[in-house]
Design a protein around this ligand. Structure first.
Ligand SMILES: Cc1ncc(COP(=O)(O)O)c(C=O)c1O
Length: 332
């Protein structure tokens, strides 16, 4: 039996799992079901809160009064951490990649509103962010504080639990809906969602293969990263899981020009999902993954998702990053 570590109940769970009914697919009669993890909370919405339930429990267990984490200027993970810190009465220090913008908008605005302390590290120095975080931990310690460093995206052996636990929820969803999906699909950025789903789907014997669309890096990176996280997770929590069963499946081809930068079809599909279903996606994560999903489904059995009849798309949130990119939407 799977023994979970300490967990704080922070997310609004279970999230709904519902089919899309009007979004048009060409040459495919596949049905897309959406697991609405964008509804895990109003301000800390998205996939990160599932992981942070375990990361913040760890911070409390270690007697920390501060958490330090890092990400891009518009990081959803940093925003969720800042908001949860404010809710729980913990100090939050964010290390953000890039220069301080003139105006704080989207997630960054929320970071400031939630009272986070923010340090900016230029792109050329980003490699050194773990050392920078270590220095901050020492600075906090010298003032009598104790700070836990949560790595980017809370994607480590602790945060992995978030989507392992989500698979238990999906197991109940599938039983209730009598659903046997062929694929479970998500966006992957720091690997924790994909890793948790990949392992959890095996532990809970879920139907359907877990596949992820990368919005940064490449398939090889995610294979290595997830193997490392799962190895540490197995060791740390003494989980009965055979590492040779791990199969990480990443579909490349939808990253576009790079992380955080999307081409017009992504903005078009975001608008189409909003118009036809009232479903809001974002240009950094879910919009790219959904664009990849629809494109592959429309290729039929020649695509990367052969035999897809029912597909579960994990909506991982990210709405606030729509606003800083609003100039890319075109309305006639
Ligand atoms: C909205 C959204 N979707 C998907 C992801 C990807 O999740 P992960 O970092 O676990 O790969 C992230 C974070 O990186 C995110 O903010």
């Amino acid at each position: 039996m799977l023994v979970y570590p300490e967990r704080l109940r922070l997310a609004n769970l279970p999230t709904p799992l519902e089919p899309l009914t009007r979004f048009p697919l060409n040459n495919s009669d596949a049905r897309i079901w959406v697991k609405h993890d964008e509804t895990t909370g109003t301000e800390f919405s998205g996939n990160k809160v599932r992981k942070l339930e375990f990361s913040f429990a760890e911070a409390k267990a270690q007697g920390c009064n501060t958490v330090i984490t890092c990400g891009g200027i518009q990081s959803n993970h940093c925003r969720a951490t800042a908001v949860l810190g404010a809710r729980l009465g913990l100090k939050v220090h964010l290390i953000l990649r890039g220069e301080k913008p003139e105006m704080a908008e989207g997630n960054l605005l929320m970071d400031y509103l939630a009272g986070a302390t923010i340090s900016y590290l230029p792109q050329r120095e980003w490699r050194t962010h773990p050392e920078f975080a270590g220095q901050l931990q020492q600075d906090y310690a010298s003032k009598g504080d104790k700070a836990l460093f949560i790595p980017i995206g809370a994607s480590d052996e602790i945060g992995l639990w978030g989507y392992v636990a989500a698979c238990e929820e999906l197991q109940q969803d599938f039983a209730r809906l009598d659903l046997q999906p062929d694929y479970i699909v998500c966006a992957t950025g720091s690997g924790g969602t994909q890793g948790g789903l990949t392992v959890g789907s095996q532990l809970f014997d879920l139907p359907g293969q877990v596949v992820a669309f990368n919005v940064s890096d490449d398939a090889e990176y995610f294979d290595t990263k997830i193997r490392e996280d799962v190895t540490l997770w197995k060791q740390r929590y003494n989980v009965d899981y055979k590492l040779d069963k791990l199969q990480v499946k990443t579909i490349e081809g939808y990253l576009g020009p790079g992380y955080g930068v999307a081409e017009p079809p992504v903005f078009e599909i975001i608008a189409k999902a909003a118009r036809t279903e009232g479903l809001f996606l974002d240009p950094v994560y879910t919009g790219k993954a959904f664009y990849g999903l629809v494109s592959e489904l429309e290729k039929g059995d020649a695509g990367a998702l052969p035999g897809a009849r029912n597909v579960v798309f994990i909506h991982t949130g990210g709405l606030f990053s729509v606003f800083p990119q609003q100039a890319n939407f075109r309305f006639d």
